[in-house]
Design a protein around this ligand. Structure first.
Ligand SMILES: *Cc1c(COP(=O)(O)O)cnc(C)c1O
Length: 437
């Protein structure tokens, strides 16, 4: 009879001779081979020959290998969280299904509900506002800082009312928002600040990493961000001392494995919010996602260094063109994560606005995507009774920048040749515009 083993189950039931398996059916060697095939795609005889060799070796593993047991919420998740904490210099980090799920926990902590106001930047991804919209909070759009296109703290100040419950700064493209004035306003008016750090993993502001400044920060590890946990994932951090111990139960429906009710395995708790307790949903992650995150966080300094080098190179090469507004956004206080390259032009000097430039770049086969459209143009806001014209009038910088002045260029995963081609295409397009072509 086998030795006593712990159940590979999410509750600690102690070591027994007959443990409980977490997984119904295990994965096997053939499955692993399919994973290799997925992660390392290729075609041709050489590729198939190498795979065939791997197949032989992997099949031998079937004889001697042990299945992982936990596939969800095990030691790999704990390690990924430890890796992120170390990288950020934070004493907490909760690995969640995606950034949006992390935002939801923060909004619930603030007890956001109907009638409460939330100040968000005029340009961001819909994920920033989805939960506030869902619970009937009123979104108030702050105008943008023309240099960074992030939320302008001066406009935030103008838009605070006694009903303002949250401010959600978004570090667009990885450029840090000017956080000091926002944190000051929040303190003065008793407002919760949630940073949307989806683009900003590794960015810092005045010597502090994004993720260590506000009440909450949500990062995204979706595959389009700077690093990923196999396609989906997020991290939530908090600076609220009372909330730190409730991060784990707030990820999974309030289950508290440190406590038990009589004759049962655990207790279920309501999470103490700012004003009243709240119920959470399930935003658990898998061990494989956690492994994927640890692998990328481990080389993240290199990833950032590469992105930074490309960013600086593009800036330097574009500096010869007087119609391009110099993108000198990095200094001692502001260290971006170089998620997107922000390209801004002076339409007067360029002899046309960014719509013309965008069209020319498309004709030259260069992808450029402004991130994102002003939120107030989406149908969902009209459906919930927002007046587009009124918001438009309150966000003149956003209007001007989006329609006339900016787009984003990619800066990672490109060959040197592609980067040269892209830079030349920008310079040539503006030259053509100047000549009225
Ligand atoms: C990607 C993104 C999000 C959402 O991240 P998920 O992990 O996909 O939920 C939120 N805000 C911004 C600005 C984003 O770009």
């Amino acid at each position: 009879m086998a030795e006593k083993r712990n159940s590979a189950f999410r509750y600690n039931t102690g070591a027994t001779k007959v443990p409980w398996a977490a997984v119904g059916e295990d994965y096997n060697a053939q499955d692993l081979l399919e994973v290799v095939r997925f992660m390392m795609q290729g075609e041709g005889d050489e590729y198939e020959a190498i795979l065939d060799n791997i197949k032989k070796e992997v099949y031998k593993l079937n004889e001697i290998a042990t299945p992982p047991g936990n596939l969800s919420m095990g030691p790999y998740v704990q390690k990924a969280e430890a890796d992120v904490k170390k990288f950020l210099g934070s004493d907490n980090a909760l690995f969640v299904a995606n950034a949006t799920a992390g935002f939801e926990i923060a909004c619930k902590y603030a007890n956001l509900g109907p009638g409460d106001e939330v100040i968000v930047p005029a340009i961001t991804f819909i994920a920033t506002i989805a939960y506030p919209l869902e619970v009937g909070a009123k979104l108030v759009f702050a105008d943008l800082d023309p240099k960074t296109l992030c939320m302008d703290p001066k406009d935030v100040e103008k838009k605070i009312t006694p009903k303002t419950k949250m401010i959600i700064p978004v570090h667009l493209g990885g450029y840090p928002v000017d956080m000091d004035p926002i944190m000051e306003l929040a303190k003065k008016h008793n407002i919760i600040v949630l940073e949307d750090g989806a683009h900003a993993f590794g960015a810092s502001y005045k010597g502090k990493k994004i993720g260590t400044i506000a009440d909450f920060t949500g990062f995204s590890f979706h595959e389009v961000k700077n690093c990923t946990s196999f396609g989906e994932g997020g991290i939530l951090t908090t600076n609220i001392p009372e909330m730190k111990q409730y991060l784990v139960p707030s990820r999974f429906l309030g289950l508290d494995n440190t406590r038990k009710i009589p004759c049962w395995l655990y207790d279920v708790i309501a999470i103490p919010g700012k004003e009243k307790p709240f119920v959470t949903s399930n935003s658990s992650v898998t061990e494989i996602q956690a492994l994927g995150l640890s692998l990328q966080v481990d080389r993240y300094e290199d990833i950032l260094a590469k992105r930074r080098a490309v960013y600086n190179y593009i800036t330097e090469r574009l500096s010869v063109c007087d119609a391009i507004i110099p993108n000198n956004l990095e200094n001692d206080d502001y260290k971006p994560s170089y998620h997107l390259y922000l390209l801004q032009i002076d339409p007067k000097k360029a002899g046309g606005d960014v719509q013309v430039l965008k069209k020319k770049l498309e004709e030259k086969s260069v992808t450029n995507i402004p991130h994102f459209g002003p939120l107030y143009y989406f149908d969902i806001l009209k459906t919930f009774g927002y007046d587009v014209n009124e918001i438009k009038a309150s966000c003149p910088v956003c209007e001007e920048a989006f329609f006339h002045r900016f787009t984003h260029l990619p800066l990672y995963g490109l060959s040197d040749e592609q980067i040269e081609y892209m830079i030349n295409a920008v310079l040539e397009s503006i030259e053509e515009m100047k000549q009225g072509k």
